[in-house]
Design a protein around this ligand. Sequence first.
Ligand SMILES: [Zn+2]
Length: 204
Amino acid sequence: MKEKYHRAITEEVLRPFFAPAALEEIIRANVGQDALRYQFGHDHFHYDNSAFRAGDAYLAEQRRQVIETLQQTGPVSVARAAFGRLTHSAQDFYAHSNYITLWRERNPDAAPEQIDPLLPEILADARLVSGRIYAPLEYFSFFSLFAPLVLPLLPRDSHAWMNKDDPSRPGFQEAYVAARKRTRLELEEIRRVLSPAQWQAWSK
Ligand SMILES: [Zn+2]
């Protein structure tokens, strides 16, 4: 997903819960995952190349880091940064996999707002894949100037063809809503295990 949308989703979902400075720390860590050095060899950050197992493990690790840091009254900025990284990957899952396509197939007439971001039957569908990065050609597609030139040269299972990173891509609206709902669920899952004092320290 493009930085603009990671930022918009994270802000929209978390603004009611976090003080502005705390929220900014989370957003900075979220969009920091798309730094150029993390675009290569970091499939699990972005759920590229069908790295579902590694992506899920990465998410679990960030979740654990948030909770343990807060339970041990460690630095709240560490917990906020981990949550920012977590939300980035969770949001990219919908932009880079065919989850939206598989949901649409089951719900041809549903409004995007109705999407359930964690349907077990889709997560277990053997056809669930995410865009492959065809290096080095694929890297040119990250730049809008080159994208139209390399797109015809890349296979249909490539990241360039499959992504829902911005509104020009089919399925973007559904991916946006699913990413928003998932961000909210991730927050709730963590909040549930925190004491009021831990929550207060993290969010204010
Ligand atoms: Zn990403």
